[in-house]
Structures are given as structure tokens and as C-alpha cells.
Design a protein around this ligand. Structure first.
Ligand code: C5P
Length: 282
């Protein structure tokens, strides 16, 4: 995740986020939900590039750029404006977002892009990005976790973060069946039954013994998610397979990289219309 800087260009990866488990504990008076989750990050993601220019501009490239076109309030620009509001006017910037991950899909997406923008601006202005946690939360519940970008337990709306060890360098496969799911609608469909906390054991054990409480309401909106989870669980060498976040992207962890590669080949052959990404937990 170390940013690179060639001439005046700053390049930040916006790694995909997954929730290895996501327990919803309560609906709050402000409409958000109290969650307990295990965040993990991949080595791959979208890419945000900043370069000083004569005037401000924003462009999107990549396979999922068209899915966002027309959405005025892109979180990258909200992050830029929030940063300028806190730290003073910025020079005109040409910002490019290379959108490599499917949108509205439970793997960070706009939150990761916003967090990468904040890190890039912090670098431009010589600010310690760890000071940006409050700005990050104002942009979205997952933005603080994406700002830090390391495996952690998350509480509150997802912003109370405690780093955890032992979730790095693990082969992972993401599969998305091509349906976008609204996070707000999925949370609204939670049945309000508290099924208990995450275990206090090591993170992988806690994840394996845990759940994603958003799976039932997401399945009610997009039943195809059940097929994705079943297909991932059927692959040889899988140690954990589950839906991430509010869906519809699902993940599988593997002990062995060759099993992850074989699973990707098998799923791409069986469902060529589904999006697959083979990566490693960062
Ligand atoms: O925080 P963010 O804007 O990403 O959340 C999108 C929507 O998801 C919120 O408007 C809310 O409806 C729901 N949400 C929630 N509880 C959380 C996180 C998100 O209810 N902890």
C-alpha cells in the first residue's frame, strides 16, 4: 500500500476490503447499526492518481468506470473537498480513478477510493494521514478502516478499530454475480435479532465461527448470492467462504495458492458472466 510518486504524480491503491465476519448487534437511534466485524484487505484494488494541474478535473477509467458515470457525488471528490475544508485550499488537481472493482458490491468500493484520496492528499500536503480518521468517518462507515488498510476488528459503525495479526499473505478469491446491492436497503432488511458477539479467539477462528448477519437480507434482494457462496464452498482447499459486507461479492480463503487459482479457473468456466478476482490478503 506504500504510495508511489513519480515527478508530481501521486498514485495510491484503494485495496478491496472484505468482512470475514459481520455481526449486526443493534439498530441505533441515528439509523446506523452497531456492528462487530473483522476487516481484511487485498493487495489489489482501484487506483487513485493525483497530479497538480492548471485546473481541477476528475476522470474515471477501468472496467467499472461506466457503472459510476453520472453519479455526481463521487466519494473521491467528497474526500478532496473534506480534506480542503480541514487543511485549507488545495492547488488545482487532476484526479483519476481507475475503477477496477465492481461498484455497490460489499468490498469497499467508494469507501476505499475516498480513503486512498485522503492518503494521497495527506502525502501532497505533508499531513500524517492517521490524523484523518474523523474526516474519514464523515465520508462513510467503512472509510476509517480503509484509511488504515490493515486487518482489524471493527466496532461501532465500523470505525472503532483494533488491528489483528495473522490474516496476511493468505490466498483469496472474490466472486461477484453482477448484481449491485444497496447497503442501506440490506441493513434495513436486518431482522433486528441480535445473534451475539464475535468470539474473542484468534481472528481466523473467530471468523470461521462467526457469521455475516447481512446475508439473509441481501439474499432476499439478490437470491443469486446463495449460488455464489455454494459454488465457492464446493471448491477444494477452501478454509472459509462467505458474503462480504452487504454483498453481493463473496469471498473464499485458501491455505494454498494453487487451490485459489484452480477455483478461479473452475468458477470462470462455469460462470463466465461472473466477475472473479484472485488475490492475496495484504
Ligand atoms: O456509512 P455509509 O454511508 O457507507 O453507509 C451507507 C448506509 O448503510 C447508511 O446510510 C445506513 O443505512 C447503512 N449502515 C448502517 N449501519 C452501519 C453502516 C451502514 O445502517 N454500521
Amino acid at each position: 500500500m506504500a504510495p508511489s510518486r513519480a515527478a508530481d504524480m501521486i498514485v495510491e491503491i484503494a485495496p478491496a476490503k472484505i468482512n470475514l465476519a459481520l455481526h449486526v448487534r443493534a439498530r441505533r437511534a441515528d439509523g446506523y447499526h452497531e456492528i462487530e466485524t473483522l476487516f481484511a484487505f487485498l493487495r489489489d484494488g482501484d487506483v487513485v492518481t493525483l497530479v497538480e494541474a492548471e485546473r481541477d478535473s476528475f476522470a474515471m477509467t477501468g472496467p467499472f468506470a461506466s457503472a459510476l458515470t453520472g453519479e455526481g457525488g463521487n466519494l473521491v471528490l467528497s474526500a478532496r473537498d473534506a480534506f480542503a475544508g480541514a487543511f485549507g485550499p488545495l492547488p488545482p488537481l487532476a484526479i483519476t480513478l481507475d475503477k477496477r472493482l465492481p461498484v455497490a458490491s460489499g468490498i469497499g468500493g467508494g469507501s476505499a477510493d475516498a480513503a486512498a484520496t485522503l492518503r494521497a492528499l495527506a502525502r501532497l500536503r505533508g499531513v500524517d494521514w492517521k490524523e484523518l480518521a474523523d474526516i474519514a468517518l464523515a465520508l462513510g462507515s467503512d472509510v476509517p478502516a480503509c484509511l488504515f488498510g490493515e486487518a482489524s476488528r471493527g466496532g461501532g459503525r465500523g470505525e472503532r478499530l483494533e488491528p489483528v495479526a495473522g490474516l496476511t499473505d493468505m490466498p483469496v478469491l472474490l466472486v461477484n454475480p453482477g448484481v449491485g446491492v444497496s447497503t442501506a436497503k440490506v441493513f434495513a432488511g436486518w431482522d433486528r435479532i441480535d445473534r451475539g458477539p464475535l468470539e474473542e479467539s484468534g481472528p481466523l477462528t473467530a471468523a470461521r465461527h462467526g457469521r455475516n448477519d447481512l446475508e439473509p437480507p441481501a439474499l432476499a434482494i439478490a437470491p443469486v448470492i446463495a449460488e455464489v457462496v455454494d459454488l465457492l464452498r464446493a471448491q477444494p482447499g477452501v478454509t472459509l467462504a462467505r458474503m462480504s459486507g452487504s454483498g453481493a461479492t463473496c469471498f473464499a480463503l485458501f491455505a494454498d495458492r494453487s487451490d485459489a487459482a484452480a477455483a478461479r479457473r473452475a468458477i470462470s468456466t462455469a460462470r463466465p458472466d461472473w466477475w472473479c478476482l484472485e488475490s492475496i490478503l495484504a
